[in-house]
Design a protein around this ligand. Structure first.
Ligand SMILES: [Zn+2]
Length: 305
């Protein structure tokens, strides 16, 4: 029985072969050239793009950067992913500045922020869970031979959590694990660049809005932003301004008690130009930290029992 070809039927194998070749070429053009350190050239800094053989052969004194952020309200003017976008911009900026000194892990885009949950969209992780999750990552890295890790924090309330995760990693693996919130590394320079008063840089304020405007202006709508500088000038001990040293005493209230729209700070003075300067400062100072971490000696314990 003979069958006549139907219109709209599947392509012949010859046509399919041609199409596949074209797809392969298109894919190859999209994929950055992979290199290895054996060839005397640089291995990619993108941890997720390494093969297992490249991990085996990699320089284990490169600093592995893990950004831990949050998915949460950032005022009516910015998206939920702000902390991840900014944290990864810093991490990737460091990779560009020091391409043979770091690897950048895929980020952990959730953090400790249950106090934000009155605002729709917030995904919160219990601090115990986050410590366990992050230390599972660092212990995996140690298992593969990496000796130097930077937990790069981009969400305020993760700060004490990542401090503990880094300390636990040192105790449980013996490798070097450092935690840092990126705004602390560049606070002096931020204060030289900023336009806002004390209290203007806390959450979705001048600092974050300016950097997001520099990176992805289509996702920031300053027409919806309001000045929510909630700093009390009479306080001696409480200060949530990220670039002014934070407070000597800490109270983290429910976010909806403290801020009417989720903002804490003054996004209204943010510009893409200051955002570029903030980001440059953050990248340069984080790169300097990475170089210090690479230079730290690996020490030996002494059991004095
Ligand atoms: Zn944020």
């Amino acid at each position: 029985m003979s069958r006549s070809p139907k219109s709209g039927s599947a392509p012949t194998s010859a046509e399919a072969g041609t199409e596949n070749t074209e797809n392969r070429v298109r894919r190859a053009r999209r994929t950055p050239q992979k290199t290895t350190e054996f060839a005397g050239a640089l291995m990619t800094t993108d941890y997720g793009k390494l093969t297992w053989e490249e991990v085996r052969d990699a320089d284990k004194d490169r600093v592995v950067i893990l950004n831990v952020s949050a998915t949460e309200d950032h005022g009516p003017h910015m998206p939920l992913d702000t902390d991840t976008v900014l944290g990864m911009a810093v991490a990737n900026g460091v990779a560009e500045a020091a391409p043979d000194e770091v690897f950048v892990m895929p980020p952990v885009p959730y953090g400790f922020n249950e106090h934000h949950k009155d605002f729709p969209g917030v995904i919160w992780i219990q601090p115990e869970t986050l410590i366990a999750f992050v230390t599972d990552i660092t212990k995996s890295l140690a298992h593969h031979g990496f000796r130097r890790i930077l937990l790069l924090n981009s969400h305020g309330s993760n700060h004490p959590v990542l401090d503990l995760a880094a300390r636990k990693t040192v105790i449980e693996t013996g490798i070097i694990c450092v935690s840092a919130s990126y705004w602390n590394l560049c606070a002096d320079r931020v204060n030289e660049i900023r336009k806002s008063e004390v209290g203007g840089i806390a959450h979705a304020g001048e600092f974050e809005a300016a950097m997001y405007m520099h990176l992805q202006p289509e996702h920031v709508d300053l027409s919806k932003a309001a000045n929510q500088n909630l700093h009390d000038p009479n306080t001696k001990f409480f200060n949530l301004d990220l670039a002014k040293g934070g407070g000597k005493a800490m109270l983290m209230r429910w976010w909806s008690e403290a801020s009417p729209d989720g903002t804490m700070g003054d996004p209204t003075v943010a510009t893409p130009e200051t955002g570029a300067a903030f980001l440059r400062a953050a990248v340069e100072e984080t790169t300097a930290l990475v170089r210090e971490i690479r230079a730290l000696p690996i020490l030996t314990r002494t059991d004095h029992h």
